[in-house]
Design a protein around this ligand. Structure first.
Ligand SMILES: Nc1nc2c(ncn2[C@@H]2O[C@H](COP(=O)(O)OP(=O)(O)O)[C@@H](O)[C@H]2O)c(=O)[nH]1
Ligand SMILES: [Mg+2]
Length: 490
């Protein structure tokens, strides 16, 4: 995901300071003591927050009027425009500037989210602040009152967390069931109509041509579908393997998102491991299955085949995941080293390494982030153990050596899930108050006397902690607390 953020406002209001504080973890003490050099024109920075590439366009204040007067393109395609204004401006001036910004920005960037910061509130008294709030109270806009003076930090942090939450940052590679449905719909219609032109499919699935091509491509490669040019038209149809695939797999997935089906309801023991993890599959880049492990007999089958399709074939799941992954990769244009499909009663999390993919099938409420590291390790131990054999598997398709690993893997899986059950109560509840307090505390640390390395570490910790607060990730926060304690006692 990439987001374009524009920081705009008159000169000296604090735009560059806010940018360096939030995205770089700079010390507010230093920023207040040593002002930054004035920005000229547009300065373009790129940051990474959670899984998002963020391009920040820091606009020079001296030219503020120019940004608004000329038909400038700087706002085009932006996701977020943060307008910074000085709290010391008269209420009437603030109102005028807000009106002008709204007019220009809604015209130039109709899709962008607009935010207004009345910044440096440490420099005005409560009476003045009340006057401003009164003057702006009828404005239907996102407005925040901020300052980076230490005593105002906790509330300013709240403001930025809210801004980022509203801006829809991503913190997990997530594929939602709409994508799964697109795959099932494609096969469903082809199975029904036997053959269809690309144009008709576009209309039927309501997708753009390029998306449709990305959708079809992996299936053509796997010889499930074929495309043929017939009289200036491109016709798509199911091959025999595709028909089997539809009957044995996709029909099952057509209903998997409906909440009415409760695959785990039949599990007798309410706190059994299978209630958390139904099972896992290791497959290769062609979607061939190396190994299927069910946490309880039939647990994976039950979870995946909730519609009780008699022809269901678990061996083909890998192929489906592979196509899904390739498709998402193409439309997101990014390398998915891990991805997740989340639905009403099932969560599918995949980790890819060295042309192999390990996929976990869990209950939707299981926080995959909390167990991912343990499964990374489990996958690594599998890869190390079978490193030499895997090329042979690619040529022969013989899976019998892998089966010997199952008892060992099952033991490890049990340990991982038991540990998860123990810590989940603690980890799942994200202590936002504590995290924000900690973040504010880190901002009070005066790092001037620190060695460069320690200063950098602090900046890094701040940005990481901010990410944790935005994503409300309980287990990440638990780890951060440990890291912070270590840092602070050093
Ligand atoms: N008192 C106070 N000063 C601030 C605050 N934020 C930034 N400043 C100061 O405002 C001045 C201008 O900041 P700068 O980021 O360069 O403004 P820009 O021109 O909008 O980029 C600097 O001296 C900052 O230290 C704040 O919250 N309170
Ligand atoms: Mg500046």
């Amino acid at each position: 995901m990439s987001k374009k953020v524009v920081l705009v406002g008159p000169q000296e209001v604090g735009k560059s300071t806010l940018r360096k504080w939030i995205f770089e973890g700079d010390s507010v003490i230093k920023l207040l003591e040593n002002p930054l050099e004035a920005t000229f024109g547009v300065e373009n920075y790129s940051y990474n927050l959670l899984m998002n590439d963020i391009g920040v366009f820091d606009l020079a204040g001296q030219e503020n009027d120019r940004w608004f007067e000329e038909n400038t393109e700087v706002f085009n395609e932006s996701d977020l425009i943060i307008n910074v204004l000085d709290a010391r401006f008269a209420p009437k001036i603030l109102e005028d500037k807000i009106n002008l910004a709204l007019k220009v920005e809604t015209r130039q960037a109709p899709k962008s989210l607009l935010f207004f910061l009345i910044h440096k509130i440490d420099l005005i008294d409560t009476k003045q602040l009340e006057k401003i709030k009164k003057a702006l109270k009828d404005k239907n806009i996102n407005i925040f009152y901020t300052s980076i003076k230490v005593s105002y930090l906790p509330s300013t942090i709240e403001c930025f967390v809210e801004i980022f939450k509203k801006s829809g940052l991503e913190w997990e590679n997530k594929i939602d069931f709409d994508l799964v449905k697109l795959n099932t719909s494609l096969f469903h219609i082809l199975n029904e109509k036997k053959v269809m032109s690309l144009n008709k499919l576009e209309d039927h699935l309501k997708v753009e041509k390029s998306t449709l091509e990305s959708l079809i491509h992996p299936y053509v490669e796997a010889e499930l579908l074929n495309i043929q040019d017939v009289e200036k038209e491109k016709l798509v149809y199911l091959l025999e393997k595709g028909e089997i695939f539809y009957k044995k797999i996709l029909r099952t997935f057509e209903n998997i998102d409906s909440k009415a089906i409760q695959p785990t309801a039949e599990t007798a023991d309410v706190d059994s491991i299978a209630k958390y993890l139904h099972g896992l599959i290791i497959s290769d880049m062609h979607g061939k299955t190396l190994l299927t492990i069910e946490t309880e007999p039939g647990s994976l089958d039950k979870a995946l085949n909730s519609s009780k399709n008699e022809q269901f074939d678990i061996e083909l799941i890998g192929m489906f995941l592979n196509a899904l992954q390739k498709f998402s990769q193409e439309i997101n244009v990014q390398n998915l080293s891990s991805f997740r499909v989340q639905g009403g009663n099932l969560k599918i999390t995949s980790i890819s390494r060295k042309n192999l993919t390990l996929t976990l099938f869990t209950a939707p409420e299981v926080e995959a982030g909390n167990i991912k590291e343990d499964f990374d390790n489990l996958f690594d131990s599998f890869l190390t153990k079978y490193e030499d054999y895997i090329p042979t598997f690619h040529t022969t398709g013989n899976i019998s050596p892998f089966v010997k690993w199952i008892p060992e893997a099952k033991e490890k899986i049990t340990t991982i899930i038991e540990k998860y059950k123990e810590t989940k109560g603690k980890a799942e509840i994200f202590d936002a108050k504590k995290a924000k307090k900690m973040y504010a505390y880190l901002n009070e640390v005066d790092d001037k006397e620190f060695k460069l390395e320690k200063q950098l570490h602090l900046k890094n910790l701040k940005v990481k902690l901010l990410e944790t607060i935005i994503s409300e990730d309980g287990s990440k926060f638990m780890n951060m607390e440990m890291e912070l304690n270590k840092y602070l006692t050093n």
